[in-house]
Design a protein around this ligand. Structure first.
Ligand code: VAH
Length: 322
């Protein structure tokens, strides 16, 4: 059966690239992008777009009915750092959007849901190294509380109503096309842009803060792969651990220096240090690799090469040098 896909939060860091990849697979007109504001030129010109508030059930239902949507990828969320500044708004956005999309699936209006969780669902009492799929999970951030709560709602709707909802605990995601907003792992994106544009970067985490990370292409491929997997292979209906690499700010700076020897980094930890300290350092994602064949392509060296090359190219385009 052909799918018609609605992406809610299509203009965010992951949503933007997920939309483009899905359009290459399913066809531009089968993938409807939506967000509370318009996105970049490529996204807006490559297929249907609708202004949708992720907490507005009527607005979502109108789009679902207009295009006869069969699958929803719910990518709208308030991330960890911003959520600490606006706890109630973060809870309302992250949870009410999920519950209304799950209800659409429960009512058989749509067939399948993707909802992103995060390694933020773990907390300071979770094992830091090789954090298993099932372990102590006591998040100490608003974002993490919303993610672990959402995971249990997904599992509840699957067990009680048979809803086919699938989820991944994303690590920090690194990309060059669309910058992230309000995350604790955003330093690992900003550092590449500042290395090229200024030759130096002041990092808001300490140099030895080790966090699980992943290049955007791997994250997008995993997201589509879990949605295309046979339902019988999805054994976990909370959310799957997913990983590719872990590194510290010092390690990413050293990799950048292989390309830009004069690059300098300094460290000024801020409130986001406490958030990072509450998260795992290395994730065990063997369940995802076993159940639905997940495998990553990028490591720190290959990601750094991709990031620097594409940022330089993008900056030269903006300067009209190409
Ligand atoms: C954040 N990028 O920093 C997100 C992510 C694991 C971190 O969920 O909030």
């Amino acid at each position: 059966m052909s799918e018609t896909i609605l992406i809610i939060g299509a203009c965010g860091q992951i949503g933007t690239e997920l939309t483009q990849k899905l359009r290459t697979i399913y066809g531009n007109n089968s993938v409807i992008a939506s967000d509370i504001r318009e996105g970049n030129e490529e996204l807006m010109e490559s297929g249907p777009f609708e202004i949708v508030d992720a907490t507005d059930r009527e607005a979502i239902l109108k789009v679902v009915n207009k295009y006869k949507v069969t699958q929803v990828y719910l990518m709208a969320a308030m991330l960890s750092a911003t959520a600490e500044k606006h706890p109630q708004k973060a809870w309302d956005l992250n949870m009410s959007s999920l519950l209304l999309v799950l209800d659409l699936a429960k009512d058989k209006i749509i067939n399948q849901v993707y909802w992103p969780s995060s390694i933020a669902a773990f907390g300071p009492t979770s094992p830091k190294q090789n954090t298993p799929q099932q372990t102590i999970m006591e998040p100490t951030t608003v974002y993490g509380i919303s993610k672990i709560s959402g995971e249990h709602w997904c599992n509840y709707y699957h067990q009680k109503y048979g809803v086919d909802v699938r989820s991944i605990r994303y690590p920090g995601i690194i990309s060059w096309k669309t910058k992230p907003g309000g995350g604790t792992t955003d330093y690992a994106v900003d550092i590449y842009f500042k290395a090229i544009e200024e030759g130096k970067y002041e990092c808001f985490l300490s140099e030895d803060t080790c966090l699980p990370m992943m290049y955007m292409d791997d994250a997008v491929n995993a997201t589509i792969q879990i949605m295309q997997a046979d339902s019988k292979d999805i054994k976990t209906r909370t959310a799957y651990n997913l990983a590719a690499m872990s590194f510290t700010p010092n390690q990413i700076a050293s990799e950048i220096k292989k390309h830009i020897p004069e690059f300098e980094i300094s460290y000024e930890p801020d409130f986001r240090q406490a958030i990072a300290n509450s998260w795992p350092q290395v994730i065990d994602d063997s369940e995802a690799r076993k159940d639905w064949g997940w495998n990553h392509d990028y490591d720190l060296a290959s990601m750094t090469n991709e990031m620097l090359q594409n940022i330089k190219h993008k900056n030269n385009e903006l300067l009209g040098l190409l």
